[in-house]
Every structure is written in structure tokens, then in C-alpha cells.
Design a protein around this ligand. Structure first.
Ligand SMILES: [Fe+2]
Ligand SMILES: [Fe+2]
Length: 197
């Protein structure tokens, strides 16, 4: 697999995370219960798989290589701004989850207070899901152009694949990635995800 195809393959996984985040958000908006531990797992996947791993490969390897090519730098600049936007949403999501947990440990929390605490979680999950859909669709078109126009040489491709390996080691290697993928499988198999509630 070449370096461009590898990023497109990651996008398939990102869309699985998007589907989970979106479903969870819909249930929360409908005042249905999703275990807070599962929502914390979504937050981990967003921060570690989407941001550190996938955006890490784009920011540390692929984009620095492609931004110098004529006509691509403007696209890369926009993608980097979108990564920052995603990062901000991920931080707000984590904070909203912590706030919900802190308050939920209090005795006698009423329904009104619960819905005030849950609403931001639902909103940030939804915003993040939309961000993934929009961002990966635009990047896929960009990657298609790069492949069609054969913009990356075989030599450059080898360098990029090496850089990807160091990005992967930086977050814990194959073992870590396999743990994160298992978490996606786990959430996809949850009853709330399969529509049983
Ligand atoms: Fe990206
Ligand atoms: Fe991407």
C-alpha cells in the first residue's frame, strides 16, 4: 500500500468512529442512556486514533511532503486549520464528560441538571461526527488527485512510509493500534449501537 492509500484506509476507520459518535449523540438527544464509560471510550478514540495517530501522520509526514508541490499548498493549509478545529471539539468533549462525571457523583442529581450536563456531550459528539464526515470527504478528493497526477514519486513514498512507522511507534506501535481497533469493535457491538434500546 502506498502512503496515500494508507491515509485513505485510515479514513474508513475514522468513519466507523464517526458512526459511533453520531449514534451516541442521537440517543443522548433523545434522552436515552448510553454508559458514560462508552462515551469515554469514544473520547479516547477521537484523541488517540483520529488525532494523534491519523492527523499525526498527515501533519508530520504527508502534508510537509505535499505542501511544497504546486497548487496543493492551499488545500493543505485548510486541512491543517480543520485539524485544529477538530482538536478543539475533542478537548471540549473531554471536559464535558468530566463535568458530567463530577456532578453525577453528587447525591440527588435531578433530571433537569442531568440534561444540562448531557446536552454539551451530545452536541460535541455530533459536531465531531460532522467534522470527520466533511474533512475526510475533502481529503479523499485531494488524495485522489495526488494519485491520478502521480504527484508522489516512489522514492518519496518510501520516505513517507518510514515516517509513518515512526509516528506509529510514537503512540505505542502496532500493539496500541490494535487495542484502539478492538475498542471500535467493542463499541460497534454494544446494544445501544445496534439499536436494541
Ligand atoms: Fe486530515
Ligand atoms: Fe485524513
Amino acid at each position: 500500500m502506498n502512503s496515500t492509500q494508507e491515509l485513505k484506509k485510515d479514513h474508513v476507520t475514522l468513519r466507523r468512529i464517526k458512526n459511533i459518535a453520531f449514534r451516541c449523540s442521537e440517543l443522548l438527544y433523545n434522552k436515552q442512556c448510553v454508559p458514560i464509560e462508552d462515551i469515554e471510550i469514544i473520547s479516547v478514540l477521537v484523541e488517540e486514533f483520529v488525532d494523534q495517530f491519523h492527523h499525526g501522520k498527515e501533519e508530520k509526514a504527508y502534508f510537509p511532503e505535499t505542501r511544497n508541490k504546486v497548487a496543493l499548498s492551499e488545500d493543505v493549509r485548510k486541512f491543517l486549520i480543520e485539524h485544529e478545529f477538530g482538536r478543539r471539539i475533542a478537548i471540549m468533549l473531554r471536559r464535558a464528560i468530566s463535568k458530567w462525571k463530577e456532578n453525577n457523583s453528587e447525591d440527588g442529581i435531578d433530571d433537569q441538571k442531568t440534561s444540562i450536563l448531557v446536552e454539551p456531550i451530545a452536541r460535541f459528539l455530533r459536531t465531531y461526527a460532522i467534522f470527520i464526515e466533511d474533512h475526510t470527504s475533502k481529503e479523499d478528493l485531494f488524495f485522489d488527485q495526488i494519485e491520478e497526477r502521480k504527484i508522489i514519486s516512489d522514492e518519496e513514498d518510501k520516505v513517507l512510509n518510514k515516517l509513518y512507522e515512526s509516528c506509529k511507534s510514537g503512540i505505542g506501535g502496532d500493539e496500541k493500534i490494535s487495542q484502539l481497533l478492538k475498542l471500535i469493535d467493542y463499541l460497534e457491538a454494544r446494544k445501544w449501537m445496534k439499536g436494541y434500546i
